[in-house]
Design a protein around this ligand. Sequence first.
Ligand code: F3S
Length: 774
Amino acid sequence: QPSSPHSKVDIASRIPPYQKLIKRLHEVRRVLGPGRHLTLAEKILYSHLDNPEESLLTNTQNGANIRGTANLKLKPDRVAMQDASAQMALLQFMSCGLPTTAVPASIHCDHMIVGEKGADMDLPSSIAGNKEVFDFLESAAKKYGIEFWPPGAGIIHQTVLENYSAPGLMMLGTDSHTPNAGGLGAIAIGVGGADAVDALVDAPWELKAPKILGVKLEGELSGWASPKDVILSLAGKLTVRGGTGFVIEYFGPGVDTLSCTGMATICNMGAEVGATTSLFPFSSQHIPYLEATHRGPIAKAAAAIASAPTAQNLLSADPEAKYDEVITINLSTLEPHINGPFTPDLSTPLSKFSSVVEENNWPKTFGAGLIGSCTNSSYQDMTRAEDLVKQASAAGLTPKASFFITPGSEQIRATLDRDNTLSTFSSAGGTVLANACGPCIGQWKRTDGVTKGEPNAIFTSYNRNFRGRNDGNPATMNFLASPELVTALAYAGSTTFNPLTDTIPTPSGTPFRFSPPKGSDLPSAGFASGKPELQPTPGVPDSSIEVQIDPSSTRLARLDPFPPFPPTELTNLRVLVKVKGQCTTDTISAAGPWLKYKGHLPNIAENTLISATNAATGGVGTATDLDGTSLGIPALAKRWRDHGREWLVVAEHNYGEGSAREHAALQPRFLGGRVVLAKSFARIHETNLKKQGVVPLTFVREDDYDLLDACDEVSTVGLLEVLRSGGKGEVALVVRKRDGSEVGIKTRHTLSADQCGFVLAGSALNLLARRGKE
Ligand code: F3S
């Protein structure tokens, strides 16, 4: 193997604990009894259970009904965090007072780097603009023994694939596209910071046992069809909600025909259909990839397990395993697809795209083609795109649209640089951006004169295409396609161009037609390591390091522990606002410009419920005080908190739907919220509230919502007993109206014994910190 900084890495520490997992798998089979056949996802998940018997047999009719029902308490092997979400995760971890993380972890600085003029110019300015955040992350990483990948080192998912993912591993990542690691046979799940902290402090992480969607791959890709087209066409079939509650597990004879990085692309975009995660079984293609990325011992260990008899084989499904649903895709007949605009499930086969453009009156020209990112910047992707660029250059063509290339990591950038792929792109007029998210997360400073609100089109090989996602312009129509297709289209500059059938006129007058792209899965000379300054810090804790937080910072603030539950019922909580209609985590904690305050709870709390509709007034983001003054909701919450008055929010159905955003639970708690009373909750947010010590209650009679008004005073009856008994009993509310009359309201709660402990301690972290000191 080439000598590199990798030779200093202790690869043995990155091999999943196979013997322990296989032992646990045996225990799982014993608990479930004979005749039970498991899918791959079930094997990996269940072999990470803290207590298989408890998780698999409670409320599941003795194990008969696990999927969609059982509450799995899992112990992941590893955690990865990106720079934006790592801030609150680390602040919470720090408040537990532990000297190091319980499992290996890594931090990746990728989200806060702008794409504009090219890596050399963009990286230094982005580092300067976010210095205090990067310094904080680096100092905390060094103190607690977390590997720190500095800005420019790469995008979290590419770096994880190249370094940490392994067949049979279970990991959590604080980013939705964490499932990218499933391309290498891992169960990798995207979570919020508070969930990551569970794993970091060795508390079991809870997941409703997912259902399993099997995707059977047959045949083999050829010509223009690429792994990206597998997921683009699947997204069209499943739609953006079709994977919710499912793990997507790939199987079938087509699996071994895909490159490892191609499998990662497919898993990455499983997030676009709402799947919990996606994964592939151990494949012969994993071995060369692991070896090329300096992890030969992992390839060897995994290959040995994969060839073991079924009972011990952790790395593929039992042959008789049953999926909840099966979709078959024939790779041999798969056509390239283009998805969008504005949603990843609007999927059109390439051959129909030009007529769809006509029908919808979409723009016929487009301004920019962007390839790479965490989804599609593998050696295979880039060399196939390079092949097309060489063909076009030889014909005397240059791209008609601006052409941007984002390498996913320093390793891939340095390798492409050494092999002259990047110089081919640059000589053709392409701009190579930093190894970071850049335009994929909206950090794109467009300089082509398109103004906000001006309709236009772009093509990317990224994964998301919600309105405004790339350039902040809601009128930009963003189409998703393979890097090969984006590259070819960039030469035509036309949205109706089909490289399989159409030609481009050359300067000499002869029409030019692309040949199907050719590339290499892996570099023949091995991967280059890249710049030494972009290697990670070692994951060794150093207690002498001071975590750097400037007390005058507006972006970072240490978290103070929330006070514990009083030794009494909650009395005279005041109704801050009765929310009407939908109330998502975005309604409770808005994103956009607020994201820069993710590490500063007091500052980000200024966005609390600012887009909630007030049921009494119809106003948005406003609430009324006792004296009739109308204030912003955060302002009134702070006024009451500062006068020692705690409060509750009343809401309708599915309160907290949307994402796992922990700020939506932290902020109300910080501002003095103790209870949320709703018609129903989104499950993840309901759990998040309990973790922060806020009690979620639902109405027994939904119509009782109408009995409550702003500024009513509410006291609990029975809550203290419920908490002290570990969740047994009912909670009622006594509501004192402004005219002095009283009404009683019956409620339901879903507090488990563990969660009662969180609420009594003030938060889950308080409880963990207390246990750490015991
Ligand atoms: Fe997310 Fe960055 Fe990929 S924004 S989608 S991790 S490139």
